[in-house]
Design a protein around this ligand. Structure first.
Ligand SMILES: Cc1ncc(COP(=O)(O)O)c(C=O)c1O
Length: 386
């Protein structure tokens, strides 16, 4: 196997997935498919619930800790810094509930940022007399510079992704994190579109909160995600009253000895029923697979795949953000005369699955893609442009 800087190239892993040969699924930013092993783990877990006598009280705790540790490993956090949440919006709500925001201050977000990292800020800014400041798409294309230019002493919270969900425009979170600390601003990250495919180290970036939903690039089930909570934010208020977050809750016989003290770490922010023993084994299988491939190698492979597509698309006159401006796993193609009418239908008829976001075609492959998928995409694009 060819070794390149930042990880080894991984050959197509199509055999691990249920994706027929004649389907070019290049839409992981929309929904990541479950691999065979994840489906098998989910089936087994569901079957277990048909025999509840097989589910012991320890099952409410064992798998959650394994999943927590696996996610922590992806972002170089401690297991105890991770809470289990049902959605990115839930994690951002926890952050909004716990970060101070005063009259005259601002929360900085990107233009056309995914709504799960916007609505909570509108709400808390409205309540505090603060404002949500939206960083417009810069003409110069450097989103990091545009964010840095928008930060000042009024900035209380900076709520961002690692890359824009529509076109993959990349942010330098290390530099932004550093500037936040200089200004005393909090940093909240929604890395749903990058966790598991872009290396990220919370010790370097130092966010206050970071959330990722599991169902895209982590190739896991829907309705589950992870929230990193920095140690200095772990004494905050959860947004619900999950009994499991209280000290001694592993003793089921004593649950009505109501307890005011929370368990340590970020566990107090766990969503109710986070044990989710029908889903958690599937989450674990998905995260183990990501760990085994290795994030740097995934990133390298997908970046190379997209560079190849970008070169061929350029021959058709389609433009994309330069590789230095976008996350490697995203490719967003612009048509010089706008999106051709019925483009997605034409592509679907050719069994090519991608998304349109804004005025560009979003192509987001994963390791299950192969060269035949790219050929199929290019043939379909050629026909669509004619
Ligand atoms: C950047 C980003 N965050 C979050 C989500 C999903 O949010 P939630 O888990 O709140 O449904 C998406 C879905 O497209 C997304 O693109």
């Amino acid at each position: 196997m060819l070794t390149l800087r930042g990880g080894a190239m991984i050959p197509s892993q199509r055999h691990l997935f249920d994706i027929p040969e004649d389907i070019a699924y290049l839409n992981c930013a929309y929904l990541g498919p479950l691999s065979h092993s994840v489906v098998a783990a989910g089936r087994q877990a569901s079957a277990k619930k048909s025999q509840p006598w097989e589910i012991g009280s320890e099952d409410f705790f064992t798998d959650t800790e394994i999943a927590r540790a696996l996610f922590a490993g992806l972002i170089n956090a401690s297991d105890d810094d991770i809470a289990i949440v049902p959605a990115a919006s839930y994690g951002v709500s926890v952050a909004a509930r716990n970060l101070p925001l005063a009259n005259g201050q601002s929360v900085v977000v990107l233009a056309e940022q995914f709504p799960s990292n916007v609505y909570a800020w509108r709400e808390s800014a409205g309540a505090a007399g603060a404002r949500v400041m939206t960083v417009a798409r810069p003409e110069h294309g450097d989103v990091t510079r545009a964010v840095l230019d928008a930060l000042d002493e009024r900035t209380a919270i900076v709520a961002l992704p690692h890359c824009h969900w529509a076109d993959g425009a990349l942010l330098d979170l290390e530099t932004i994190g550093h500037r936040c600390r200089e200004l005393g601003a909090s940093l909240v990250l929604d890395v749903t579109q990058s966790a598991g495919v872009m290396p990220l180290d919370v010790n370097v970036i130092q966010p206050d909160f970071l959330v990722a939903a599991c169902y895209k690039w982590l190739l896991g089930p829907y309705s589950i995600g992870f929230l990193y909570v920095a140690p200095h934010r772990q004494d905050g208020k959860p947004i619900e009253f999950n009994w499991r977050a209280r000290l001694g809750s592993d003793n089921f016989a004593g649950l009505v000895n109501y307890e005011d003290t929370y368990v340590s770490g970020a566990h107090r922010f766990d969503v109710g029923e986070c044990a989710n023993f029908q889903t958690m084994p599937a989450v674990i299988a998905a995260l183990q697979q990501i760990r085994d491939w290795g994030v740097p190698a995934i990133a390298k492979t997908l970046a190379t795949r997209n560079e190849g597509i970008a070169e061929r698309a350029a021959e058709l006159g389609l433009e994309s953000l330069g590789a230095e401006r976008r996350a490697g796993h995203f490719l967003s193609l612009r048509f010089p005369r706008g999106i051709p009418e019925g483009l997605l239908d034409t592509l679907r008829q050719a069994r090519v699955y991608v998304s349109v976001r804004g005025d560009s075609l979003r192509i987001t492959p994963h390791l299950y893609n192969d060269d035949a998928d790219v050929d199929r995409l290019m043939r379909a694009l050629e026909r669509a442009i004619d």
